[in-house]
Design a binder for this molecule. Structure first.
Ligand code: DAH
Length: 354
């Protein structure tokens, strides 16, 4: 230890000399700088710390640098070394802290802000055919029709006989129907996937006496050749109204109003004379599609033989019935020109039809 010009020297480990008084400002600087770095929370605060402690112009580092010049000759190398040391430590720490703050700020930006307005998650949506069925039910409900259900597996009485379709009728050809080879009714008769929802007319009238005003919507199955407008499974809406004085004019009015309510007031509907075993007279119903017409269903006045089959008196009641192809309306509504698209289940396509 050597008293000097107001300074003193500690000799450590032989020749290593520390000039405690002149080095004190370096220690203070280091302590203050590291504390400031540690407490800085943002990049902006860190920048302030950098300017204060490492700034080239009038930062505190400049003051320390001046001390090197003031040190006595033999002290100078140690002071210079200490200067470099604190500058390196402070620069390094500042950089480490800056990296940490940058990571934190990026994470903060991604954090969930509970004050933001919510975006509803995509939970999926109803299939366009289901949407159409729901609208059909709703509209027919407003016309005063009750919705009833019927089974998809049927016997020949409900799919044919009671509908006045005799055993030798071509509609009963096994090649035109999906008979279930392994199933039988309780009385031993054949079972088939229903080819039309007209089955539900019979099931309803068997259970209930007139008046009747029902619709039934569901799947039907036919081994048709599949093309743009035909599928071996599709949906129909069956309608039946029975009362004392039901007329063909009411039928035509209802179907026209229904088509307009569903497809808009400009839709064009036409009725063509036709034949169905369960109606007399019978019509086929078309709607205008571009330059041509597309069949959307059949309809007519309930044949007296159908009333007799269910125990209604054809002298007492009259009725109309109709069966509409649901997919055809759905195609027109969404402007889809190929029925197969509804069954390919390509979500990229289906999600556009909302
Ligand atoms: N069931 C017929 C079919 O699938 C459609 C039909 C025609 C239903 C006339 C009816 C009707 O109720 O009266 O082709």
């Amino acid at each position: 230890m050597r008293p000097g010009t107001g300074r003193w020297i500690v000799v450590v480990a032989g020749s290593e000399a520390l000039f405690m008084d002149i080095l004190k400002p370096f220690d203070d600087y280091e302590t203050a700088a590291l504390a400031a770095i540690a407490s800085a929370q943002t990049a902006a605060e860190l920048e302030q710390v950098r300017i204060e402690f490492l700034g080239q112009k009038k930062g505190r580092l400049r003051e320390l640098q001046a001390l090197i010049g003031q040190a006595a000759g033999e002290e100078r190398p140690a002071v210079g070394r200490r200067f470099n040391e604190v500058r390196t430590v402070v620069t390094q720490r500042l950089q480490e802290r800056a990296d940490a703050v940058a990571v934190q700020e990026a994470a903060d930006q991604e954090r969930f802000d509970v004050t933001l307005p919510g975006t509803p998650p995509r939970l999926g949506a109803l299939h366009p055919v289901t949407q159409t069925i729901n609208r059909f039910r709703d509209l027919m409900g407003r016309f005063g029709f009750e919705v009833v259900e019927g089974p998809e597996l049927e016997d020949e009485r409900h799919n044919f006989e009671a509908l006045n379709i005799p055993p030798d009728h071509p509609a009963r050809d096994p090649l035109d129907n999906f008979y279930i080879a392994t199933a039988r009714t309780t009385s031993g008769g054949p079972v088939l996937l229903r080819s039309q929802t007209s089955t539900v007319q019979i099931r309803t009238m068997e259970k209930q006496s007139p008046p009747v005003r029902i619709v039934s919507l569901g799947r039907v199955y036919r081994p048709d050749t599949i093309d743009r407008t035909h599928s071996c499974m599709f949906h129909q809406m069956e309608g039946l109204m029975v009362d004392r004085n039901v007329t063909m004019a009411q039928l035509k009015t209802l179907l026209t109003l229904f088509a307009r309510a569903f497809l808009g007031p400009d839709v064009k509907i036409r009725f063509r004379p036709s034949f169905f075993p369960f109606t007399e007279p019978s019509v086929e119903v078309d709607m205008k599609w571009g330059d041509s017409w597309m069949e959307i269903g059949g309809a007519g006045m309930v044949d007296p033989n159908v009333f007799r089959a269910v125990g209604y008196d054809p002298e007492e009641v009259t009725g109309f019935a109709f069966g509409l192809g649901i997919e055809r309306f759905c195609m027109k509504h969404f402007e889809v020109d190929d029925i197969r698209r509804f069954y390919e289940n390509d979500v990229r396509f289906l999600s556009q039809l909302q």
